[in-house]
Design a binder for this molecule. Structure first.
Ligand code: AMP
Ligand code: MG
Length: 496
């Protein structure tokens, strides 16, 4: 493996002040290295929303200087690029050392929301590439780019995607495919697996250093250990609560992650590492979107339990810092009330209920069972229900159910609760909670196929649409439809 040295690359200064606080932790945590140059890079898409959030000039994103930086062909001045080391449990089994096998942390920049890390994904070999080539294909990069920004617009915590740069460089997956680099942004890219790595190595000094770093920067409220008498226990409890809130959002919008290994779990409770993810079309609770997941470990309805299983791995890793195992369990137990609390709050909003109600659980369970029994399209149902409440006309929703009598019975009990709310306020809340558009697999697939022919207009169109998922756009009605026949059994490759 030959890695280019820093001196070989020109430095680019987009008038940003770069820093890298993670680098200051020392080389136990990473390997410093430069990206591998990407031949003949071209900008496929950039996110103006992400740029604005980062305080970057959108015009600069279109510049050649930006292209060089975002393809890994130039280095940020004052940045300190590195690949971090982590380990993890994959499909329930300890996988040992993994690490940033194709990602590189460029450094962090000051933004209106505080320091944000920028990371290139697909920027070449690192010491953690194992058998991989360090690259990402354009196909999966389009999915990650669009999904990251779509999730953000839906209000779901996620890593952001600033830019997508393509290259004629080809790598082998099932077939030969062209490659790309996605520039991701997050306050931190640390995963549960980073902590597991140092715990498994028995390096408790490094484990403590890492935990202290994350607590000081991202969980300062845990420093005093006020809740459970220990800062690391408070930290674990806070991560458990954030993770519960994240998974509740996934379940409420029908998002299936697909690869919930502990190395794909963000310590900040962000959605991270978009692979074979899927937004549900028909509401199929046990849907498995990852075709390599033969046992359905990461089925949609297993996500809440798997997230807790992953938190137990994090808890085990933090145990040397927390001490008493009972305190670890106590911290993790925060997940159990937090998840249903967060989920019910989300579902309440989807139903337009403005206050908690004794009968709400039965109402929520009832509609989810009906959606599953009638294989109703998830997104269409909720959006139509919002419009139905706004117009006080329920026929279009009723039409979605084969079992009309069962729906009518549910509707009756729903109306009873809804009557207690202000209808206009309820409809308004529902229209802001139930999106008209999500990144269905077939929509991404259409954009990918066109991009393969050199036409990126569909990517840009989806970007614009999904940036405002709660606003119907005249002329874009087709994007809110269920998958067409050709895509009914679309198989998304898990290779990326
Ligand atoms: P993922 O399944 O994408 O979350 O990746 C799991 C591990 O495999 C991580 O350590 C990745 O960095 C690594 N990996 C995935 N794809 C590649 C690749 N093409 N080259 C090098 N490492 C990779
Ligand atoms: Mg990963």
């Amino acid at each position: 493996m030959s890695l280019p040295d820093f001196a070989a690359l020109p430095a680019v200064d987009p008038s940003l002040s770069w820093n890298n606080s993670f680098a200051a932790l020392g080389p136990t945590f990473y390997t410093r290295l430069a990206p591998q140059p990407l031949p003949a890079p071209y900008l496929v898409a950039a996110s103006p929303d992400a740029a604005a959030a980062l305080g970057l000039d959108t015009g600069w994103l279109q510049s050649d200087a930006a292209l060089q930086l975002l393809s890994g062909n130039a280095l940020p001045q004052g940045g300190d690029p590195l690949a971090s080391v982590y380990s993890g449990h994959q499909f329930g089994v300890w996988a040992g050392q993994l690490g940033d096998g194709r990602a590189l942390l460029l450094g962090e920049i000051d933004t209106p929301q505080g320091p944000m890390e920028l990371q290139l994904k697909g920027s070449g070999l690192t010491p953690y590439s194992r058998m991989g080539d360090g690259r990402a294909v354009l196909r999966s990069s389009i999915r990650e780019f669009l999904a990251s920004e779509a999730m953000h617009a839906l209000g779901v915590p996620t890593t952001r995607a600033l830019a997508l740069v393509g290259s004629p460089l080809r790598v082998r997956r099932e077939t030969m495919e062209t490659t790309a680099v996605v520039t991701r942004a997050a306050a931190s890219f640390l995963r549960f697996g980073h902590f597991e790595h140092f715990a498994a190595a028995g390096d408790h000094a490094a484990l403590r250093q890492l935990a202290d770093y994350v607590i000081a920067r991202h969980y300062p409220e845990c420093q005093a250990g006020a809740a459970l008498g220990n800062p690391y226990a408070d930290f674990l409890q806070a991560v458990s609560e954030r993770t519960a809130a994240l998974v509740a959002q996934w379940q409420s919008i029908g998002f299936c992650h697909g690869v919930l290994n502990t190395d794909n779990m963000s310590i900040l409770g962000l959605t991270i590492d978009y692979g074979p993810f899927q937004f549900l079309d028909a509401y199929v609770p046990n849907h498995v979107c990852n075709h390599s997941d033969h046992r359905g470990r990461y089925a949609f309805d297993r996500q809440p339990n798997v997230a807790l299983w992953n938190l137990y791995c994090l808890g085990q890793a933090l145990q040397p810092l927390i001490g008493a195992p009972e305190r670890v369990v106590e911290a993790l137990d925060a997940y159990k009330p937090a998840f249903p609390r967060e989920l019910i709050a989300r579902m309440r909003a989807k139903l337009g209920l403005l206050a908690p109600h004794a009968d709400e659980n039965a109402l929520i369970d009832g509609i989810l069972r009906l959606l599953a029994d009638n294989a109703v399209d998830t997104t269409i149902f909720w959006r139509r229900l919002a419009h139905a409440v706004a117009a006080d006309h329920y026929e279009p929703v009723r039409d979605l159910f084969a079992d009309r009598a069962a729906f009518d019975a549910w509707l009756l009990s729903y109306m009873e609760l809804l009557c207690q709310s202000d209808k206009a306020l309820a409809a308004d809340l529902m229209l802001k909670t139930n999106p008209a558009y999500v990144l269905r697999n077939y929509l991404a697939e259409q954009a990918i196929r066109q991009a393969g022919a050199g036409d990126f207009s569909e990517i840009h169109r989806l970007q614009a649409l999904l940036a405002h998922p709660f606003e119907e756009r005249p002329g874009d009605e087709a994007y809110a439809l269920p998958p067409p026949d050709w895509a009914a059994h679309l198989s998304i490759s898990c290779s990326s």
